[in-house]
Design a protein around this ligand. Structure first.
Ligand SMILES: O=C(O)COP(=O)(O)O
Ligand SMILES: [Mg+2]
Length: 233
């Protein structure tokens, strides 16, 4: 039987990247003389990758920028973010122990993030987490990204997983919707960058800390979904 697969979102779920995102974003928009954004603003800006984050920051300051204008700003953001990486970013408390439990139970872990691959991969590497995940897919790995189900389906395929044995863990609407679209159970974390309380997103389960990410919880969600699917067949 295929090993159960636990898919993690990155920003705001695995790694607390907020400070570095805000710093690099402010460095980027300062080039256009825009006032800096705050951590509170970030929850409305992040989620759909760096391009969208930059455009949303401009909108927040009353400017609408087109696709061509965003490209040099993206280059500025990427150069700054990469230069400073890993900066102040760090795994959330209890993550390493949770990953130990997952691998100890014979389960596989993977990452499905809307962050560009060129940022996600080196960040995971620099934090010493690369060998913890069988695959990492980014916002530009496939032609579509979360909340499109195909981002999850592609991740499961690359991880040699089975969709019926897969759980998604994330901090934002994109993660919970992507899981729903892919027909798999979701767990929302409360410590990330959602602009609404995550319970409102109606995930299958909410955890406040990785200490609560137990093997029983993961297996229970997979079993419940299997039974629900069998009942409708
Ligand atoms: O960088 C983003 O905008 C979102 O990244 P995430 O999907 O890992 O939360
Ligand atoms: Mg996230």
């Amino acid at each position: 039987m295929t090993a159960p697969l636990v898919i993690f979102d990155l920003d705001g779920t695995l790694i607390d990247t907020a400070q570095d995102l805000v710093t690099s974003l402010n460095h980027t928009i300062a080039a256009a003389d825009l006032a800096p954004v705050s951590y509170q603003d970030l929850t409305h800006l992040v989620g759909q990758g760096a391009r969208v984050m930059i455009r949303r920051a401009f909108e927040l300051r009353g400017h609408c920028i087109g696709e061509q204008e965003v490209e040099p700003l993206l280059e500025r953001f990427l150069a700054h973010y990469k230069r400073e990486m890993p900066g102040a970013s760090k795994p959330y408390p209890g993550l390493l122990e949770a990953l130990d439990r997952i691998s100890g139970a014979g389960m596989t872990a993977a990452v499905c993030t809307n962050k560009l691959e060129e940022l996600a991969l080196p960040l995971i590497e620099k934090l010493g987490l690369a060998d913890r995940f069988s695959v990492v897919t980014g916002g530009d790995t496939f032609p579509v990204r979360k909340p499109d189900a195909r981002h999850i389906l592609g991740t499961v395929e690359r991880a040699d997983g089975d969709l019926r044995q897969t759980v998604m863990i994330g901090d934002s609407v994109n993660d919970i919707l992507a899981a729903r679209n892919a027909g798999i159970p979701s767990i929302a974390v409360t410590f990330g960058y959602s602009d609404v309380p995550v319970a409102e997103l109606q995930p299958d389960h909410v955890i406040e800390t990785f200490d609560d990410l137990t093997i029983d919880l993961i297996q229970g969600l997979i079993q419940a979904r299997l039974q629900a699917n069998t009942a409708v067949e």
